[in-house]
Design a protein around this ligand. Structure first.
Ligand SMILES: Cc1cc2nc3c(=O)[nH]c(=O)nc-3n(C[C@H](O)[C@H](O)[C@H](O)COP(=O)(O)O)c2cc1C
Length: 325
């Protein structure tokens, strides 16, 4: 399939694996890229810029296809070493960067000068337009369904994608709730030129996370996610568990007085224990409503091949069939 997204990133299929904390290591990024999509390493999971450079080198050993790096800009006091990470990305010969969180304007000149294409993740049309205006090459439009941070507007992709299509000139991918060939065709129908998946890629053979994480996603239904940290305007969609129920209780008790420190035990520093050790109930971890559509743990190649075959069959048989009738 050829779209502006496949052309921009030099990939075979318009499928991107979004950056994911403690999931987006070289193993997953390389597997997605080898299967013809765009795999993405998550920079902030690495302890330093040097470690990121090593992860990029490792990924390059595992694939000769294009892959990217996610740079998430967090509103934190002790800022990570972003200049060092940008340097590692450029020197590592990476050709795609997914930015997320705050406005990426400061890193754009250096990335563009190095010939790197930048796709910025946005949860609203206004943020997507802003990204376009500062020179991003593409955007990833994350609907309310998404795992992780859906923003505060609560607009699902059925509305958000056509709205983005109406306003944007640069190409965009759908993100949030995407799982299969139906998702891809629907995204294309609504104006996107590809799709980004997070949760679906965790439940794959190559995702370097504990088996318990994959099993939890397969076991979950679309009813099993919750929104936490809404009172802090840092909403995150997570899989429900006892720690999440505790966070929601605390949020209810504290109301408008809630401070981050009140829930720090359940939300800070829990990813290594969950993703590596499989200690599933220790804290809150991002997961999309799309868990309800995930019923198996294929390889990335099997998943992407299946999505593309299913998408083609939907277009050529189901949709064409309606027109012929
Ligand atoms: C476990 C997990 C961790 C994530 N970590 C990040 C992150 O560090 N940075 C980021 O930009 N997005 C992160 N995301 C969001 C994904 O890149 C993607 O936008 C989102 O998962 C799409 O929704 P879906 O899960 O319904 O496919 C994370 C998502 C999950 C499920």
């Amino acid at each position: 399939m050829k779209t502006r997204i496949t052309e921009l990133f030099g990939i075979e299929h318009p499928i991107i694996q979004g950056g994911m904390h403690y999931v987006g290591f070289a193993e997953l990024a390389a597997a997605v890229s080898n299967a013809g999509g765009l795999g993405i390493i998550t920079a902030l999971t690495q302890p330093s810029a040097e470690a990121l450079a090593e992860e990029i080198a490792k990924c390059r050993e595992m694939t000769d296809k294009p892959f990217g790096v996610n740079l998430t800009f967090l509103p934190v006091v002790n800022s990570p070493d972003y200049p060092g990470m940008v340097k590692a990305i450029i020197e590592g010969g990476v050709k795609a960067v997914e930015t997320a969180g705050n406005n990426p304007v400061q890193v754009l000149p250096a990335l563009h000068e190095a010939g790197i294409k930048v796709i910025h993740k946005c949860t609203s049309v206004r943020h997507a337009l802003k990204a376009q205006s500062i020179g991003c090459d593409a955007v990833s439009v994350d609907g309310f369904e998404c795992g992780g941070h859906p923003g505060e507007d609560d607009i699902p992709n059925m509305i958000l994608l056509p709205r983005a299509a109406d306003e944007l000139d640069i190409p965009f991918v759908s993100s949030g709730g995407q799982a299969d060939g139906r998702s891809l065709v629907a995204s294309l129908a609504m104006g996107a030129e590809g799709m980004n998946m997070g949760t679906r890629f965790i439940a794959t053979k190559e995702a370097p996370v504990h088996q318990n994480v994959k099993d939890a996603i397969v076991a979950a239904s679309e009813l099993d996610t919750r929104l936490v940290m809404r009172p802090l305007r840092n909403t995150e969609r997570v899989l429900n568990n006892p720690a999440v129920e505790r966070v929601l209780e605390i949020e209810k008790e504290k109301g408008a007085d809630l401070q981050f420190t009140d829930i720090i035990e359940q939300v800070a520093g829990v990813y290594p224990k969950i993703m590596k050790e499989g200690d599933m109930d220790i804290g809150a971890w991002s997961c999309g409503m799309v868990a309800g559509l995930i019923n198996d743990i294929p390889t990335c190649q099997e998943l992407i091949d299946r999505i593309m075959a299913e998408a083609e069959a939907i277009v050529r048989e189901r949709l064409e069939g309606f027109l012929a009738a």
